[in-house]
Design a protein around this ligand. Structure first.
Ligand SMILES: Cc1cc2nc3c(=O)[nH]c(=O)nc-3n(C[C@H](O)[C@H](O)[C@H](O)COP(=O)(O)O)c2cc1C
Length: 397
């Protein structure tokens, strides 16, 4: 470790390739040029114009900047949602190959990220092609959040604050959706990042039970300098079995002037179209359905969403086995924990395993997992002759 401005620099695992194909790993993070207090000279996304304009002017200009940035990213509509142990680099790259236009990292814990080099290099990796990218943090301390945001800002297009995690661990850690009980704190987090970072700040939120509370909430986020809001259309107590409330997302879209993303119940491209139409949102995010079918945004749909006898669909020529193989190749290039690989294999091959539980049991029992083992497991499943194709709509030509 070396030290700059009294702060240790650290290694972030980024993946780039030399012309001869060898991986250069890892590279240095940007120098900690920001450290030393908010008084330092910085190129800021939000604050550069705040001093000499009226509040109304400031809002107009911050909206403009939010939209200029969004347009610069080519207004992505199809987005991989943040998934802890799910939206890691190889999976993001697989989804991007199949139509995803932007992606979120899994949630990163800001205090762990600030304190532990091991955590940083294990939990965050990216590469040149992994853009546009939202890097998501949870946390409740504005200074820590800013410190970690500085460390990633040159690798991403938004630093995102997780305001939606409803789990017990978020309650005990006082982050995610539990910050909805302390809006002044939320405001201070957003303001701190928005007035200091060079990249814009986004927030991923859940709904309040009362619509008016949600409206006040998103207006507050916008006023604090948030440049994009992603809305998971459920309250903190609702689970995914409950249908997401797209009407409430529409109300959010109509209440703010910055880009809004809709999240919840996006399982295939018809859902994408319907959701954009109902909500008027600028894009959609999908999570669970992508774990099952990472090719969703390229128009492929799982057999779950093709009604028996519907002749409007045909085999799209991509099956779950080939998606797993493509994913594993990406994992060979961009290494991740085996636990993550195993859960993606379950996500994509779950339906095959149901029909061939003996193959699943052998996979469960395997003590020394390797890429070769999983490649040959896919061959073994294929050899059984059962196919679980992904479907596409028949061309109407
Ligand atoms: C495996 C898994 C992990 C998730 N991890 C995160 C996370 O790290 N951060 C976050 O904001 N949301 C997380 N979520 C929530 C999703 O981003 C999304 O809001 C939710 O699943 C609803 O979208 P869906 O209906 O498309 O699944 C996770 C969801 C799943 C299924």
């Amino acid at each position: 470790m070396t030290s700059t401005n009294g702060l240790s620099t650290f290694l972030i695992q980024t993946h780039s390739h030399t012309p001869n194909g060898l991986r250069r790993l890892p590279t240095l993070s940007p120098p900690c040029r920001h450290r030393g207090g908010d008084g330092l000279q910085k190129a800021k996304f939000f604050a550069t114009y705040t001093s000499s304009y009226s509040t109304e002017d400031q809002h107009i200009r911050s909206e403009e900047r939010a939209w200029t940035h969004w347009r610069k990213l080519k207004q992505p509509k199809l987005i991989v949602a943040p998934m802890y142990e799910g939206s890691e680099l190889p999976f993001r790259m697989l989804c991007r190959k199949y139509g995803a236009e932007a992606a979120y990292t899994p949630m990163l814990h800001s205090r762990c990220f600030a304190e532990s080099k091991k955590y940083r290099s294990k939990e965050f990796s990216t590469c040149k092609e992994d853009r546009p990218l939202f890097v998501q943090f949870c946390g409740n301390d504005p200074d820590i959040l800013l410190e970690v945001a500085y460390r990633v800002e040159s690798y991403c297009d938004y630093v995102d604050i997780n305001l939606g995690c409803p789990q017990r661990i978020a309650r005990s850690g006082n982050y995610g959706a539990f910050l909805m009980d302390d809006l002044p704190l939320v405001k201070s987090l957003v303001k701190k990042l928005a007035t200091n970072l060079t990249v814009p700040v986004s927030c991923k939120i859940r709904l309040f039970p009362l619509l008016q509370d949600t409206i006040n909430y998103v207006k507050m986020l916008e006023d604090s300098g948030c440049s994009l809001i992603a809305v998971h259309g459920r309250t903190r107590n609702e689970r995914t079995q409950q249908r997401a409330n797209w009407d409430a997302i529409k109300t959010v879209k109509n209440s703010v002037k910055i880009p809004v993303l809709a999240n919840g119940n996006i399982r295939h491209m018809d859902d994408v179209e319907n959701c954009l139409e109902v909500t008027g949102a600028d894009g959609v995010m999908s999570a669970e359905a992508l774990l099952d079918n990472p090719a969703l945004f390229a128009g492929f749909r799982s057999g779950d969403w093709v009604v028996d006898g519907d002749d409007g669909f045909e085999n799209g020529g991509v099956d779950r086995g080939s998606l797993v193989v493509e994913y594993l190749k990406l994992c060979e290039k961009y290494p991740v924990k085996w636990g993550i690989i195993v859960s993606h294999v379950y996500g994509m091959l779950g339906k095959w395993f149901e029909v061939h539980p003996d193959v699943r049991d052998d996979f469960n029992k395997e003590k020394e997992l390797s890429f070769e083992y999983i490649y040959s497991m896919v061959d073994r499943l294929r050899g059984r002759g059962v196919q679980f194709p992904l479907y596409v709509k028949k061309s109407r030509l």
